[in-house]
Design a protein around this ligand. Sequence first.
Ligand code: MTE
Ligand code: MO
Length: 167
Amino acid sequence: MKKIVLVLVLAINLFANDNYKISTEIEVSGLVENSIKLNVKELEKMSYFKSGSTSVICMSGETKDNVESYEGVLLRDIVDKAILKVNSRKEYNNIYFKVISTDGYEAIFSYNEVFNTKLGENIIVFYKKNGNYLEDYQGKIALISIDDIKNGPRHIKWLKKIVVGKI
Ligand SMILES: Nc1nc2c(c(=O)[nH]1)N[C@H]1C(S)=C(S)[C@@H](COP(=O)(O)O)O[C@H]1N2
Ligand SMILES: [Mo]
């Protein structure tokens, strides 16, 4: 009986820690001409981007990871593929991208941040880290804004959706 209880407790713990699902594709939707879905193979056919090295810093200041490189596609190029649905020039100031993961973790980027600042040159949707495809516990697809001062918060593991909205 004790053994059965132990096995049950272990099984429940395993289940509780597994509160994410790996993402095998990302969907771009909202204010776009073409809603698109992209898996790793399709991302690999798009314009390739490889980052330099970076540390991943949590909001607490703690260094969580030291990364040699990420490989993937810039967020701007993915949004461009879906084609923004914007009616007037001033509307761009109101456009944002909400990025969502399978565990409900979310972040936002503004249009100007992504397309009109240096930061946007290093916001990457990646499928490889340190030269290897992402493990299940990391992705298979994720995103990071490398040049954020604390870049842990806008590192989105298990990325599944990019929704274009307007304030
Ligand atoms: N999907 C998802 N991504 C996430 C989180 C999360 O809870 N869910 N935590 C974030 C936080 S708070 C930090 S500091 C970094 C840590 O990155 P690491 O797992 O590479 O160490 O991941 C971020 N990405
Ligand atoms: Mo964090």
